[in-house]
Design a protein around this ligand. Structure first.
Ligand SMILES: CC(C)(COP(=O)(O)OP(=O)(O)OC[C@H]1O[C@@H](n2cnc3c(N)ncnc32)[C@H](O)[C@@H]1OP(=O)(O)O)[C@@H](O)C(=O)NCCC(=O)NCCS
Length: 324
């Protein structure tokens, strides 16, 4: 397959949309949970502060594209504990005629040699888990899975069988400090298994802020806690989210979903059914709100969550790949 590479300009907008539509339709056949059509905003295809390269056939028609832009999180952002503080975010679009194994490394080499912002930063690329060809090309280029968005339709029923000595209820403001301590412990656990995470020095204050936010309004957000012998030993923070192609690139079909934000069980209480019991109560909250499915983000490098979520029926839909 012969192709040449050039930088994209605004005039390439329609061609980029065509590539993205072909890609979305193809991936939808491989995993019908994904949207069958995606209309990407121009700023995402042609980032103002970044760059976009095209691999074009002999007639100059774009076959595939790689867009690159810098992403940065300040240490007090809730995302600072999830992602590295700064990296180049990449998006790859392949039309039906593109050979991924050839076009991806060629486009990546252009991005790697680029003189723009963040030349030395790590790279992060989000793509659907069902895209085996790109997964293989990413692994060959030294990338590894960093972060997964997993999903399942709302199960018919989830049997609630909490361990007999456990109480589960909604948190109040008096529980904020105990939940924040568990949350900080959970982030420390994550960081041990993902060296790219740089925890903030004020992680406890950040977790307290986040916990107060998660207490929610009782309608769109909820914070569930598990108590054992009067102590908070686990929490599940959940909420409703609207997937809307107008607001951001759609990850799933349009509609209301149940979001599982943060989850933790105290170290000495793990593996005795507390996480599963909290999930059963979360399921009831979601079922009352008639969501069309539930999704959760987890780190594939975390040896506990990477077993816990699949055991509850979640399947990977999108994967962020990372190379330092
Ligand atoms: C992930 C976590 C919340 C799970 O809570 P938990 O109360 O220990 O989980 P449960 O005991 O309810 O386990 C439910 C199922 O998950 C799977 N599972 C959980 N921990 C596992 C482990 N260490 N190894 C293998 N499977 C495991 C099992 O299938 C288990 O069912 P089983 O015990 O009947 O076989 C807990 O391990 C934790 O807090 N981890 C550290 C922080 C973290 O990773 N947070 C998740 C953020 S996404």
């Amino acid at each position: 397959m012969q192709f040449t590479i050039r930088m994209a300009s605004m005039a390439d907008g329609p061609a980029l949309q065509r590539l993205s539509r072909q890609q979305a339709a193809r991936l939808y056949h491989a995993d019908p949970r994904l949207p069958d059509e995606i209309t990407l905003p121009a700023w995402l295809l042609l980032p103002e502060e970044g760059a976009c390269w095209l691999a074009c056939d002999a007639g100059g028609v774009p076959l595939a594209a790689l867009a690159v832009e810098r992403e940065e999180w300040s240490s007090d952002s809730p995302f600072a504990n999830i992602f590295p503080r700064a990296y180049l975010r990449m998006r790859y679009f392949a039309g039906d005629a593109a050979d991924v194994a050839l076009t991806f490394p060629a486009l990546l080499a252009r991005a790697d040699g680029w003189q723009g912002v963040g030349r030395d930063a790590g790279r992060m690329l989000l793509h659907p888990g069902c895209d085996a060809a790109l997964g293989a090309a990413l692994a060959a280029a030294g990338f590894a899975p960093y972060h997964t968005i997993a999903h399942q339709p709302l199960p018919e029923d989830v049997p609630a069988s909490p361990p007999a000595d456990l109480e589960i209820r909604h948190a109040t403001r008096y529980d904020v400090s105990a939940v924040a301590t568990l949350m900080a412990e959970s982030w420390q656990f994550h960081a041990v298994h993902q060296p790219a995470i740089l925890l903030s020095d004020s992680i406890l204050e950040g977790c307290q802020r986040q916990t107060r936010f998660m207490l929610g309004d009782g309608v769109n957000r909820a914070l569930l806690i598990a108590l054992w012998q009067g102590e908070v030993v686990g929490f599940f923070s959940i909420g409703l989210s609207l997937q809307d192609a107008l607001a951001r690139p759609a990850l799933f079909h349009k509609g209301y979903y149940g979001d599982i934000y943060e989850v933790g069980v105290r170290g000495d209480q793990r593996r005795r059914g507390i996480g599963r019991a909290l999930y059963a109560v979360a399921w009831r909250w979601f079922a009352e709100r008639h969501v069309r499915g539930i999704f959760v983000n987890y780190a594939p490098t975390n040896p506990l969550s990477s077993r816990f979520w699949p055991a509850l029926g979640f399947r990977d839909a999108w994967v962020n790949w990372w190379r330092a």
